[in-house]
Design a protein around this ligand. Structure first.
Ligand SMILES: Nc1ncnc2c1ncn2[C@@H]1O[C@H](COP(=O)(O)OP(=O)(O)OP(=O)(O)O)[C@@H](O)[C@H]1O
Length: 279
């Protein structure tokens, strides 16, 4: 399976390009909240970029802007050289959230087929693609199970299969493994990397976990709060083939330390901006 580039997109066009993007909630009202300010970021096709930062720094807001669920109040945002709205209407996005949000009364394959039903894909092709995606996430034998018969990790794999079923060029993932136990989480990370390498999909991944960000990403974007900005971008110069041994490597440790230091710096700055703690 490979992600289909947008028709007519010239070679070299970034998957995502943000120029001085800002987002103010309640602009013009009595209590505007500046969630994002001056965001500059370019993501090449096939990259896997993680967003990490303290709670409230605007990670989910940024993801929602990319998905065209919100419109920036300033700056310019391009997806595959077009607008986010064009990308949404062209079904360029797949989305995965912390909760798998499966329909309990539909079997696993029927859940994966749902976006294809909405797109009007013929029944036989729908079924074939759903089974292909379920095999990709290691659930080929569970097509006829109901979601409530699966573990949390398996349900999340179904959600990933569903997001990949219409071959999105861009996969947006908001803490997709946040609710899983540590071992399942590490297994899911390895599976996601495999899917990413096989599919060529561009992925933007929100996480609170430093090792998860480094293990998965080509770059880690460290964000600072109030207002949300990009504080630092850490290039993850590990080979794309990664496994459990990668987590034990000296360079992996150095990269996690670099991200941790950036987050500490962000934390110190936001504490200083908040002023002294009340006596
Ligand atoms: N619909 C909204 N209306 C008003 N303010 C909002 C809205 N959505 C988000 N915000 C504010 O924007 C800021 C960024 O929120 P956002 O959810 O993007 O942060 P986050 O980094 O994803 O946080 P977390 O890590 O806790 O999920 C916060 O101050 C939040 O209160």
């Amino acid at each position: 399976m490979s992600a289909v580039p947008a028709a007519g997109t010239p070679a070299g066009t970034p998957a995502l390009r943000l120029r001085d993007v800002g987002m103010v909630f309640g602009a013009g009202g009595p209590r505007p909240v500046t969630a994002l300010e001056g965001i500059d970021l370019t993501v090449a096709p096939g990259e896997l970029v993680s967003l990490i930062g303290p709670s409230g720094c605007g990670k989910s807001t940024l993801l929602r802007l990319l998905a065209d669920l919100l419109v920036p109040t300033s700056g310019e945002l391009q997806v595959n050289g077009g607008t986010a709205a064009q990308a949404r209407l062209g079904r360029r996005y797949g989305m995965v959230f912390q909760a798998a949000t499966l329909l309990d009364w539909r079997k696993v394959a029927a859940n994966v087929e749902l976006p294809l039903v909405i797109m009007g894909v013929a029944k036989a092709e729908r079924r074939a693609r759903a089974l292909e995606m379920l095999r990709l996430v290691g659930l080929g034998d569970f097509a006829d199970a109901y979601p409530w018969q699966l573990s949390g990790g398996m349900q999340q794999r179904v959600a990933i299969a569903r997001a990949l079923a219409f071959r999105p060029a861009i996969l947006l993932m908001d803490e997709p493994f946040g609710a899983l136990d540590e071992m399942t989480r590490e297994r899911m990370q390895a599976e996601l990397l495999q899917i990413w390498r096989d599919s060529g999909t561009t992925i933007v991944f929100v996480t609170h976990s430093i090792p998860e960000a480094v293990f998965l990403s080509t770059r880690v974007v460290v964000m600072s709060p109030r207002p949300g900005r990009i504080a630092e971008v850490v290039d993850v110069d590990l080979p794309r083939e990664r496994d459990d041994g990668t987590r034990e490597e000296q360079h992996f440790f150095e990269l996690t330390t670099r991200v941790r230091d950036a987050l500490r710096h962000v934390d110190a700055l936001s504490r200083a901006a908040a002023g002294p703690a009340p006596a």
